[in-house]
Ligand binder design. Structure first.
Ligand code: GDD
Ligand code: MN
Length: 376
């Protein structure tokens, strides 16, 4: 029963959360065990995380455990999918000493044969491999139009508010993660308990600059039973997006600090040129603006966005930065003029609102374009 050679191999743990999956779990486990036979470089083990299913899921798994050596199970109170995964990850690391962790559903929607591709890519240095439902080559035959819409809107929000725009499927439940990467994430501190854990996790992994790749999958029909995605999960998902955005606001705060410094540079340059060297205000002002743009650019390049792998040459980024600054200036001005003339709002309030809109545009433009994170 025990394959002795397995002992020397690094472990890849397939974590399968279950809640009332009695009809599905056996078939899924047996398929994974078939795939295990075809993989020589890793020892595949299965960890079922069952949350006291009432339909006898754990009894079925227990029977399989008596016949097969590589199946493990932990049981707990049902709190949510995310909570189950956190416990599963912790067990896979501490008790099973896993090198890789694969997240997979129990209901037959994920084809276990894909695990082979996961492992090959992991061997080639990828730390996060996502089985994606939204790239060329993938399909979701079982998705209703409503579910597809929820998924697409949800993904859009996570991608652009969570700073992971390079990933097309941020909610996928079929992924392979290198444990060394996982260790850098403070999973216990992530508060999401339900399905939104999937997106929190992806944002956290990408914050740690994961070497990631998406591969197409077919998200099959569920074999038996129904999806466990609840209304509460969907609400938590929305709350969670705000949390992720907040966590990602570090870049924005740095951006604003640099912006304030830029105003000081602008002011001091103007002051020096007009008061000490006798320049005319008409000339001193554009020069002061340009100097503040240059100093801002240097600060963003070497501080605000220092962690981002830069794709383009310095001079191109510098050029783009100017274009963004120009457009942001026009937006700021147009907004100000509209507020004071059309809406008759106090000019100082209008000035402030114009600056705020201009700053947000400026940040978005430079974050998404000038200093864009590389695609996968
Ligand atoms: N232990 C445990 N506890 N397992 C759970 C819980 C829970 O509270 N909730 C769900 N599961 C298990 C299910 O039994 C199943 O094996 C797996 O998690 C996925 O649940 P489904 O109910 O089949 O999810 P889905 O098909 O609607 O959602 C899929 O797509 C989502 C994004 O669109 C899954 O792949 C999700 O992981 C994914 O986020
Ligand atoms: Mn499912």
């Amino acid at each position: 029963m025990i394959n002795q050679n397995d002992n020397n191999l690094p472990i890849a743990c397939i974590v399968i959360p279950t809640y009332n999956e009695k009809e599905n779990i056996e078939k899924t486990i047996l398929k994974v065990l078939e795939v295990k036979k075809t993989i020589q470089s890793f020892n595949l083990v299965i960890l079922v995380v069952d949350d006291n299913s009432q339909d006898g899921t754990s009894e079925t798994v227990n029977q399989l455990m008596m016949r097969h050596h590589d199946i493990h199970m932990i049981n707990g109170e049902k709190i949510g999918l995310g909570d189950a995964y956190k416990r599963g990850f912790s067990y896979a690391q501490k008790e099973l000493n896993s090198r890789l962790i694969v997240q997979m559903d129990a209901d037959g929607q994920h084809d276990p044969n894909v695990i082979k591709i996961f492992i090959e890519l992991a061997i080639n240095g990828k730390e996060l491999i996502i089985g994606s439902r939204f790239i060329t080559g993938s399909s979701t035959p079982d998705f209703s139009s409503w579910r597809r819409l929820i998924s697409l809107v949800g993904n859009f929000l996570v991608r652009y508010l969570g700073g992971v725009y390079m990933i097309k499927d941020c909610t996928s439940g079929f992924r392979c993660i290198d444990v060394n990467l996982l260790k850098q994430c403070k999973l216990d501190r992530l508060s999401s308990k339900g399905y939104s854990f999937q997106t929190t996790l992806i944002c956290e992994l990408m914050r740690n600059d994961a070497r990631a790749i998406e591969i197409p999958i077919i998200f099959n029909k569920r074999e038996y039973g129904q999806s466990k995605l609840s209304f509460y999960d969907q609400i938590e998902f929305l709350i969670n997006i705000a949390r992720i955005r907040f966590r990602n606001s570090e870049d924005f705060i740095r951006y604003c600090i640099v912006g304030i410094l830029g105003v000081c540079v602008n002011f001091m340059t103007y002051f020096t040129l007009t008061r000490f060297t006798g320049w005319a205000p008409e000339l001193a002002s554009p020069v002061a603006i340009e100097i503040s743009i240059i100093s801002n650019f240097i600060c963003h390049n070497f501080w605000t966005f220092i962690k981002r792998r830069k794709q383009e040459i310095f001079i191109n980024r510098f050029f783009k930065f100017h274009i963004v600054a120009g457009i942001a200036g026009i937006i700021n001005y147009a907004f100000f003029i509209t507020l004071i003339n059309a809406l008759i709002i106090n000019d100082l309030i209008s000035l402030f609102l114009g600056i705020a809109i201009g700053t947000v545009f400026n940040y978005a433009g430079n974050s998404l374009w000038t200093f864009r994170k590389p695609s996968l």
